[in-house]
Design a protein around this ligand. Structure first.
Ligand code: NAD
Ligand code: WQD
Length: 344
C-alpha cells in the first residue's frame, strides 16, 4: 500500500482528495496547521471511509517540525501539497504573509522530499496563473499573463520553483495541477467546504444566502460582454478534482510521466455564467435564492474556462459531474452544516 502525505489535508480540496485516495487503496497522513480548517473533518473522512487519518498539526513553514514528520515517515511514495493561504483579496492586503506562508511551506516540503528520498510531488496550482487569459478555452500552452494578485503570484512562483528544483533533482517527478473553480461537496454530505475564515467564493455564498446566513447574494455585474452580462467561469466538482489527484499520483507511481514536470488544467471545459449558476441552484434545490445585481468586482476577469484534453489524454481523467451536481451537493452540505451549528 503506497503511503502519501497530503498537506492541507483538513482543508476543502485536501479532505475530499483523502477520501478518493483511500477509496483507491492509498494510505494517507495529513499535515495541516488548521489555520483555515479543523480536525473535525477527520471524523467525516472516517465516517465515509472507515479509516482514521492522522493529522500533524504543524506549520509547514517550520522546517524542524516538517523534517521530524518526514523522518517519522521515511517510506512516503509521494506528497500532494495543498497547504496554502488562498484568499485573493486578503493577499492584496497582506502580500508578505502570503509569500511567507505559501512559498516557505513549499520550499520546506521540497527540501524534505529530497532529504528523505520521496520521488513524487503534486502541487496545487490555479487558473489564476493565466491572469487575464489571452485565449479561450485555456490550454496549458496559453501564455501566463501578469498575476492579478499576490496570491496568484505565489502560484506562478511556486510553479517556477518546482521547475527550477526539477533541473537539479531529475529523479523527482512533479505534476502541477491548475484548478479552475472547485465547488460542491462529497455526496454523503459528511464533508464539504467549512473554512474558518468567511467564504467569498460564489457557491458557498449562494448556499449561505439561501439558508439565511447572509441577506442575499450580490451578483458582481451584469453588464459584461457575455450571453447574459455576468462573468463566466468553469466550476468543477470537488470530487472530480479529488479524483484527478489520484489519477496523477497513479500516473507518477507507474513511471508513466515522461517530463520531470507536467502541467494539467482541471476544469469541465465549459463556461457557466453567474446567473446560470444562480438558476441552476434554484432549479436543482427548489429553494428561493435572494439575489441582486451589484457593481463589478475589481480584478474579475470576464470569462475563463479550461481545455482539459491533456489531463484526459495523459491521465485518463474526465469530470463526471456538472453545475447541477455541484449545487445539489453543496446545498446538502450547507443544510447539514447549519443544523450541526444550531445543535451546538
Ligand atoms: P483550504 O484553505 O480549505 O485548505 C488549505 C489548508 O492548508 C487549510 O486547511 C489550512 O489550514 C492549511 N494550511 C495553510 N497554510 C499552512 C501551513 N503553513 N502549514 C500547514 N497547513 C497550512 O483551501 P482549498 O480550497 O482546499 O485549497 C487547497 C489548495 O488548492 C491551495 O493551495 C489553494 O491555493 C489551491 N486552489 C484552491 C482553489 C479554490 O478555489 N478552492 C482554486 C485553485 C487552487
Ligand atoms: C466566481 C464568479 C464573481 C461571489 C477565485 C480565485 C481563483 C481560484 C478560484 C484559487 C465571479 C462571481 C462571486 C459573489 C458573485 N482560487 N461572484 N458574487 O474569482 O473566479 O476565482 O477562486 O486559486 O484564483 O480568484 O471565484 O467564486 O470568487 O467568483 O457574483 O458573492 O462569481 O464575480 O464571476 P473566482 P469566485
Amino acid at each position: 500500500m503506497h503511503k502519501i502525505l497530503v498537506t492541507g489535508g483538513c482543508g476543502y480540496i485536501g479532505s475530499h482528495t483523502i477520501v478518493d485516495l483511500i477509496d483507491h487503496g492509498f494510505e494517507v497522513i495529513s499535515a495541516d496547521n488548521l489555520s483555515n480548517s479543523s480536525e473535525a473533518v477527520l471524523d467525516g473522512i472516517e465516517a465515509i471511509t472507515g479509516r482514521r487519518v492522522h493529522n500533524y498539526a504543524i506549520d509547514l513553514c517550520d522546517l524542524a517540525a516538517t523534517e521530524a514528520m518526514f523522518k517519522a515517515h521515511d517510506d512516503l511514495a509521494g506528497v500532494i501539497h495543498f497547504a496554502a493561504l488562498k484568499h485573493v483579496g486578503e493577499s492584496v492586503e497582506q502580500p508578505l504573509r502570503y509569500f511567507r506562508n505559501n512559498l516557505n511551506s513549499l520550499i520546506n516540503v521540497l527540501d524534505c522530499m529530497v532529504r528523505y528520498d520521496v520521488p513524487n510531488f503534486i502541487f496545487s496550482s490555479s487558473c489564476s496563473v493565466y491572469g487575464n487569459a489571452s485565449e479561450l478555452p485555456v490550454t496549458e500552452k496559453t501564455p501566463l499573463e501578469e498575476a492579478e494578485s499576490p496570491y496568484a503570484r505565489t502560484k506562478q512562483m511556486g510553479e517556477q520553483m518546482v521547475h527550477d528544483f526539477s533541473h537539479r533533482h531529475p529523479g523527482q517527478n512533479n505534476i502541477l495541477l491548475r484548478y479552475f473553480n472547485p465547488a460542491g461537496a462529497h455526496e454523503s454530505a459528511k464533508i464539504g467546504e467549512s473554512p474558518t475564515t468567511p467564504a467569498s467564493n460564489l457557491v458557498p455564498v449562494i448556499t449561505e444566502a439561501a439558508i439565511g446566513k447572509r441577506k442575499a447574494l450580490m451578483v458582481f455585474g451584469d453588464d459584461y460582454n457575455t450571453r447574459d452580462g455576468s462573468c463566466i467561469r468553469d466550476y468543477i466538482h470537488v470530487m472530480d478534482l479529488a479524483n484527478a489527484h489520484t489519477k496523477a499520483l497513479q500516473h507518477l507511481i507507474a513511471g508513466k510521466q515522461e517530463a520531470p514536470v507536467s502541467v494539467f488544467n482541471l476544469g469541465i471545459g465549459e463556461g457557466v455564467t453567474v446567473l446560470e449558476a444562480v438558476n441552476a441552484f434554484m432549479k436543482v434545490t427548489g429553494e428561493k435564492l435572494p439575489y441582486h445585481i451589484g457593481p463589478r468586482r475589481p480584478g474579475d476577469v470576464v470569462a475563463i474556462y479550461a481545455n482539459y484534453k491533456k489531463a484526459a489524454d495523459q491521465l485518463g481523467w474526465a469530470p463526471k459531474r456538472d453545475v447541477n451536481d455541484i449545487m445539489r451537493t453543496a446545498w446538502n452540505w450547507e443544510k447539514v452544516r447549519s443544523q450541526a451549528k444550531e445543535e451546538v
